[in-house]
Ligand binder design. Structure first.
Ligand SMILES: [Fe+2]
Ligand SMILES: [Fe+2]
Length: 292
């Protein structure tokens, strides 16, 4: 049994004290949004509970589907680096960025530098897509993080990354190991308005129909979702995690997936446990189980 925790949209609080001059343009809009809307939602106490919980259940691997920061300030990136370092061995974490980690043009560069240890492939190359072979599982990480105008949060994979993804997925197609693909924005239709959606999801859907994976993980929506993409009979299951730091005033309370993969019986069996944060008890507890 191989167990993977899937967490997303940490938007790690607090927003670090930063000189005013760093808040200009879209970041100024973000600062306003944080203090008026999201500061009361994303709480350090929830992330402390998550860290303690993950240390106790000790999953074999952790998949993180982006939006780790809020405005990609260098101090936020440093704060996140410190938080993930406390989770344990870098090889136990696969991370892809979200739109909040590429908040303004150029901001993703510092993210790629500081979080390289969780985004480089097994040969040490940093970039997307990457392949992490971990235990019996192949984890493929894609980036949909692009800088967007204020109040817009669409994602884009881009032609070059799509071509590399097709080549990567075709190269592991005959590998009997179950494969799992991570991307921040939901890849299914109808999950978000065009201002928030993955622009080139059709192209990704077509690639996945040709070279299916066993499971797709995403974030971005801040509530748990389940969908299917065309591919093999029964489709490709798609799971979206809620924010891992939310107190639940605006959307879902913090939630994450614990994915159990059993490969001993030949055909991989995948089941998912949903863990939800309780504001009453200040901890994460099992709220449901499903098999895929
Ligand atoms: Fe988010
Ligand atoms: Fe997002």
């Amino acid at each position: 049994m191989f167990r993977i925790a899937h967490i997303s949209d940490l938007h790690i609080p607090p927003l670090p004290l930063t000189p005013w001059r760093q808040f200009a343009g879209k970041r100024l809009v973000g600062l306003f949004s944080w203090y008026h809307k999201w500061k009361s939602e994303h709480k350090q106490i929830v992330l402390d509970a998550l860290l303690k919980h993950l240390q106790e259940i000790n999953p074999d691997h952790i998949c993180v589907t982006g939006d780790i920061t809020f405005t990609t300030l260098p101090a936020e990136v440093d704060q996140a680096t410190e938080w993930f370092s406390r989770l344990g061995d870098a090889r136990k974490i696969s991370l892809v960025p979200g739109n909040h980690d590429a908040y303004i043009p150029g901001a993703l560069d510092y993210v790629m530098e500081k979080w390289a240890r969780w985004m480089q492939d097994d040969l040490g190359q940093v970039g997307f897509p990457y392949l992490h072979r971990r235990g019996p599982v192949n984890v493929v990480g894609l980036s949909s993080a692009v800088a967007t105008p204020p109040a817009i949060s669409f994602g884009r994979i881009g032609q070059e990354q799509l071509e590399k993804t097709e080549a990567l997925l075709s190269s592991i197609h005959d590998d009997p190991s179950p494969s799992l693909l991570m991307v921040h924005h939901p890849p299914q239709d109808g999950a978000a308005t065009s201002r928030r959606a993955l622009e080139d999801r059709k192209e990704l859907q077509e690639i996945l129909a040709r070279w299916p994976v066993d499971l797709v993980l995403h974030g971005h929506l801040h509530y748990p979702t389940r969908a299917k993409l065309d591919g093999p009979p029964g489709g490709i299951p798609v799971l979206g995690a809620a924010s891992a730091s939310a107190i639940g005033r605006r959307k879902s309370a913090a939630h994450y997936h614990l994915i159990e993969i059993e490969t001993e019986t030949g055909q991989p069996q995948i089941s998912v446990q949903h863990y939800l944060y309780s504001t009453k008890f200040g901890n994460f507890s099992l709220s449901g189980t499903q098999s895929l």
